[in-house]
Design a protein around this ligand. Structure first.
Ligand code: C5P
Length: 225
């Protein structure tokens, strides 16, 4: 069976917009509503848990909040703590069930990419993630100066959703250094796994800075959303 967890307990410290980035408006709806839409529309989804900050007062006001597949729980100090709380809030899930984890601040996920991820990652024992091959030449920085150039043919940029078996992901997060894990795949890698890279699209961006909003809006418009 297929479940989903959407961590949304971050406070958007880098954005400085006065509002966590998942609640900024994008084309008349909150960023998080766009992020949830393709997951809730996915035909095989059994349940989706949104993980919220303890003092969140915004989520309950959104139109999507009453969706029958949706429930909420309270997150933790780090993204990995929040995802772990979300996994523990999945009602009926079994260790062998699959769980999608998707950022609340990634509003432009294409339904086709989600479907390809689910189909391809479920064939891999260690699951998988959407990612895109690096386009730019990448530099190692030392005190503001380039010290070396990475071999970009081996570098991909990780996105979400990421898909793993519940038992494997929970164990990897429980045993990992949760203050420093920035995505679920890195926890699986540290536990010895090799998640499959499923090629997505560069416009599946995480809204991090205010000037990401016009780009996200253009991408949604191009998708007719
Ligand atoms: O900070 P970052 O952009 O990596 O956050 C990615 C996602 O993790 C966001 O959707 C954010 O709300 C969530 N998060 C969380 N709990 C935290 C920190 C971040 O759910 N303690």
């Amino acid at each position: 069976m297929l479940y989903a967890v959407v961590p949304a307990a971050g406070r958007g410290a880098r954005m400085d917009a006065g509002l966590p980035k998942q609640y900024l408006q994008l084309g008349g709806r909150a960023v998080i509503e766009h992020a949830l839409e393709p997951l809730l529309d996915y035909p095989e989804l059994e349940q989706l848990v949104v993980v919220l900050a303890p003092d969140d007062q915004d989520f309950a006001t959104l139109g999507v909040a009453g969706h029958p597949l949706l429930s909420t729980c309270v997150g933790g100090a780090s993204r990995a703590d929040s995802v772990l709380a979300g996994l523990n809030a999945l009602d009926a899930a079994d260790v062998d069930d699959w769980v999608l984890v998707h950022d609340a601040a990634r509003p432009c996920l294409r339904p086709d990419d989600l479907d390809r991820l689910v189909r391809q990652a479920r064939r891999s024992p260690d699951g998988g993630l959407l990612a895109v091959p690096a386009r730019d030449t990448l530099k190692q920085s030392q005190e503001g100066h380039a010290s070396s150039t990475l071999d970009r043919s081996t570098i991909w940029q990780a996105q979400t959703p990421q898909l793993f078996r519940l038992g494997l992901l929970r164990q990897a997060l429980e045993q990992g250094d949760r203050m420093h894990i920035t995505d679920e795949a890195s926890a699986i890698e540290l536990a010895g796994g090799r998640p499959r890279l499923v090629q997505g699209h560069g416009d599946n961006l995480k809204v991090t800075w205010l000037d990401d909003l016009p780009m996200a809006e253009a991408s949604l418009r191009a998708q007719g959303r």
